[in-house]
Design a protein around this ligand. Structure first.
Ligand code: PEP
Length: 250
C-alpha cells in the first residue's frame, strides 16, 4: 500500500513570527497524529531556517515552494535547489499553477527545476492541473498529458521515484469549489496510467499522486478515500493547525 501524504503550502502568508508559531503548533499536534501519514510543510523561503528549528524533522518534512531553473550564477533574486538543500529542505514544490499562471513557468522550465531538485537528492512535488476553460472545452486530458509528459518524462526510473505528483485543478484552488471525488479519481487514474505506460507497473503503482484544490476537513476523507488519491496538497487550510490536523487525520 502506498504511504499517504498531506502537504501544506503556506504560499506567501505569515510573518516570520506567525510562521514560527504555526510551525510550533503543527509540530505539537502532529505528535498525536497517525505515524504512517507523511506530513510536509512548505513555508516561504524566508521562514525555512527558523521553522526547521522548531519542528521534528524526523516527523515533518520541510519543503520549499519553488526553486530557480538554473543551478547557480547571475540570477538576481533567485534561490537554487542546492541553497535550499543547504538549509535542510528535503522537498520542493515545482510548477504550482500560480507559478505557471503568474510567472510564465512552462513545462520546459519546470522540467529544468525538477531535474535540479532531483540532482540535489531532494523530492520534487510536481503540480499539474487544468483551468476551467480547458476542462469545459474537453481539453483536460490533453493538458494534463502534456504537463506530465513534458515536465517529467525525460527522467530516469531512479529519478521519477523521487517525484510526488500533485493534481490540482486550477478552478478548485483557493476557490472553495473542490473537484468531486470521482473527478479526482478519474484524473489520478489517468496520470497513473501515463506513468505506467512510460515507466511500467511497479513505478506506477508506487508513485504518489496528491489531490489539491479547496481540500477542507469536511471533504478530505471522501476525496482521500479514492483508490488513486494518495493524500493532498493543502493551501488555505494548512494555515490553521486544527484544519490541517483534521485533514491529516482524514
Ligand atoms: C494550493 O495552493 O496548492 C491549494 C490546493 O490551495 P487551496 O487548498 O487553498 O485550494
Amino acid at each position: 500500500m502506498r504511504k499517504r501524504i498531506v502537504a501544506g503550502n503556506w504560499k506567501m502568508n505569515t510573518s516570520l513570527e506567525e510562521g514560527i508559531a504555526l510551525a510550533k503548533s503543527i509540530n505539537e499536534e502532529v505528535k498525536a497524529s497517525k505515524e504512517d501519514i507523511g506530513v510536509i510543510i512548505a513555508p516561504p523561503f524566508t521562514h525555512l531556517t527558523s521553522v526547521k528549528e522548531v519542528i521534528n524533522t524526523e516527523r515533518i518534512c520541510l519543503a520549499a515552494q519553488n526553486c530557480a531553473a538554473e543551478a547557480k550564477g547571475a540570477y538576481t533574486g533567485e534561490v537554487s535547489a542546492s541553497m535550499l538543500k543547504s538549509l535542510g529542505v528535503k522537498a520542493i514544490i515545482i510548477g504550482h499553477s500560480e507559478r505557471r499562471a503568474y510567472y510564465g513557468e512552462t513545462n520546459e522550465i519546470l522540467n529544468k527545476k525538477v531535474k535540479l531538485t532531483l540532482s540535489e537528492s531532494l523530492k520534487a512535488i510536481y503540480c499539474c492541473g487544468e483551468t476551467l476553460e480547458e476542462r469545459e472545452s474537453g481539453k483536460l486530458f490533453e493538458i494534463i498529458n502534456s504537463q506530465i509528459v513534458d515536465g517529467l518524462f525525460n527522467l530516469s526510473n531512479e529519478e521519477i521515484e523521487n517525484v510526488i505528483i500533485a493534481y490540482e485543478p486550477v478552478w478548485a484552488i483557493g476557490t472553495g469549489v473542490t473537484a468531486s471525488s470521482d473527478q479526482a479519481q478519474e484524473m489520478h487514474a489517468f496520470i497513473r496510467n501515463l506513468v505506467n505506460q512510460k515507466y511500467g507497473g511497479k513505478i506506477a503503482n508506487e508513485v504518489k499522486i496528491l489531490y489539491g484544490g479547496s481540500v477542507k476537513p469536511d471533504n478530505a476523507s471522501e476525496i482521500f478515500g479514492k483508490e488513486d488519491v494518495d493524500g493532498g496538497l493543502i493551501g488555505g487550510a494548512s494555515l490553521k493547525t486544527s484544519d490541517f490536523l483534521s485533514i491529516i487525520n482524514a
